[in-house]
Design a protein around this ligand. Sequence first.
Ligand code: CA
Length: 228
Amino acid sequence: MEQQQRGGRRILVVEDEPTIAESIAVRLRAEGFTVDLAHDGPAAVTAAETTEPDLIVLDVMLPGFDGLEVCRRVQARRPVPVLMLTARTDETDMLIGLGVGADDYLTKPFSMRVLCARVHVLLRRVERTADHGATILVGDLRIDIDQRRVWRADAETQLTPLEFELLVHLARRPRAVLPRERLLSEVWGWADASGTRAVDSHIKALRRKLGADLIRTVHGVGYALEAR
Ligand code: CA
């Protein structure tokens, strides 16, 4: 049963270096995935539209336009987990700072074993949310959307409606850095960015109620939920 489900999973690998692309594809196919390949930015966006992948492995430096632009265009149409491949550790830090919407990063060179492990973690995270329908689980944080209830390490916490919306928003994209302006527009519905202090104060409230380690500040950018 599980084998069947895994066999149905489709992964788009976007990488312009043929040997790397091929070895990733070979390994993922051996794991039972259906793999499509794209070698530049525009082809990646087209492939994401036509194949509707369950996950994208995405190199940053690409011909045409880069992986950041691919990520933006693809995510604007349909949310899909993205594992970004970067050339250097400082590039990874930079990308996390930009909050490009990737769910995880891997610095080259990497082992195929590590790549596969990350792929499985990302897919499990998506499944977990889907399986439980209206429940979000991130580490020891549990959110029941229908009942609007929140627990951390099995202790229930009362949140205001706005705090609840903000937490759900962060928890739907764990580890991803969400810019304050985006939170303001998506949670508060404000078009202009003059109210980002409202975001800061509600983050403060969430940390007070659920633990300071739950939400990470990325200075000058925004916040990421880090529950483990
Ligand atoms: Ca490249």
